[in-house]
Design a protein around this ligand. Structure first.
Ligand code: UDP
Length: 324
């Protein structure tokens, strides 16, 4: 198959890029490199361009003629979204609508959208099924819900078809250590813990120890980025086989608390580092765990890396030998 990946030089996009190439597919990455890394993509596959440069994006679609567009390019920092909401609606919502417009105008009708567990806000029930109410509690989550609603309606009234993958907590790195997570600023738990283990940061702060969970810290469904990448390829195959448009959760359906992640990281790295108990971060729900039965049944998704120590080990290997 032929794929265009927007944001394919970023964390999740680059792991999908790698997997698609390994499986023999043809891939063009469209990325403005504002957050992505040139080193993550072979030069001949990279087109440097902005989401808002619709002309350029149309040219890429017309010259490459992809079967499927996968859209990773987005702002992801929840905290920043509460400070600068307009930028999130402009980039994540308006940017996606423009991109889909360019697809429709050039006859490309299959779309994989990077959605998020943040669409659920504070879920009433855990594990969370796709039918749970979408009540986002920050502009980041709202910007994604608005796109999902746009996609749902568009696919109902046109030949456009999509799968929105609602990511839980992507973590880890490629097994060979060649690509991995490299956000700036970094806000995610596992890379921050590993930077403390490495001595690059003085400590790790636990955001909240008074959640209604067994050890008082927040629970998340950490999923290895390569298993998440596999879900994208399966979703593309599903659409190409005529599968119906829908949103699917992607997680392992089990959660770990912040304390459990820290303890596992200490074991995996063999390093000690200071742990500080801090206040909750605004908007953090106590527990986000996916009910991923639909993804398993509908796409035949069979994750093979559901092991927190393994996830942290791959992230640690990357952290120790980072190329960018
Ligand atoms: N977290 C923490 N300390 C940190 C960073 C994150 O305790 O320095 C917590 C955060 O409050 C959440 C969990 O770790 O409960 C995962 O956070 P992350 O930012 O990695 O992902 P999120 O679930 O917010 O998408």
């Amino acid at each position: 198959m032929r794929f265009v990946l927007t944001g394919g030089a970023g964390y999740i996009g680059s792991h999908v890029y790698r997997l698609l190439k390994e499986r023999g597919h043809e891939v063009v990455v469209y990325d403005n490199l504002s957050h992505g890394h040139r080193e993550a993509v072979e030069p001949s596959d990279l087109r440097v361009g902005d989401l808002h440069d619709t002309e350029k994006f149309r040219e890429v679609l017309l010259s490459f003629r992809p079967d499927v567009v996968m859209h990773f390019a987005a702002f992801i920092e929840v905290g920043i979204s509460t400070e600068r909401p307009l930028e999130f609606f402009e980039n994540n919502t308006v940017g996606t609508i423009r991109l889909v417009q360019a697809m429709m105008h050039t006859g490309v009708h299959h779309f994989i959208f990077s959605s998020t567990a943040a669409v659920y806000g504070h879920p009433e029930r855990v594990p969370i099924s796709e039918d749970a109410r979408l009540t986002p509690v920050n502009p980041y989550g709202s910007s994604k819900v608005m796109v999902e609603e746009f996609l749902r309606s568009l696919s109902e009234w046109s030949s456009f078809r999509y799968v929105a993958i609602r990511y839980f907590n992507a973590a880890g790195a490629a097994e060979d250590g060649s690509i991995g997570e490299a956000h700036d600023p970094e806000t995610h738990l596992i890379p921050l813990i590993l930077k403390a283990a490495k001595g690059e940061r003085p400590h790790i702060t636990i955001f909240g120890t008074d959640f209604p969970t067994p050890d008082g810290t927040a629970i998340r469904d950490y999923i290895h980025v390569t298993d998440l990448a596999e879900a994208h390829l399966l979703a593309a195959e599903y659409l190409m086989d005529g599968g119906e448009s829908q949103a699917l959760n992607c997680g392992y359906s089990r959660g770990y608390s912040v304390r459990e992640v820290i303890d596992t990281a200490k074991k995996v790295t063999g390093r000690e580092f200071p742990v500080i108990e801090g206040d909750r971060r605004a908007g953090d729900p106590p527990a986000l765990v996916a009910d991923s039965s639909r993804m398993r049944t509908i796409l035949g998704w069979k994750p093979t890396r559901d092991d927190l120590a393994y996830i942290i080990k791959t992230a640690w290997n990357w952290e120790l030998n980072r190329r960018y």
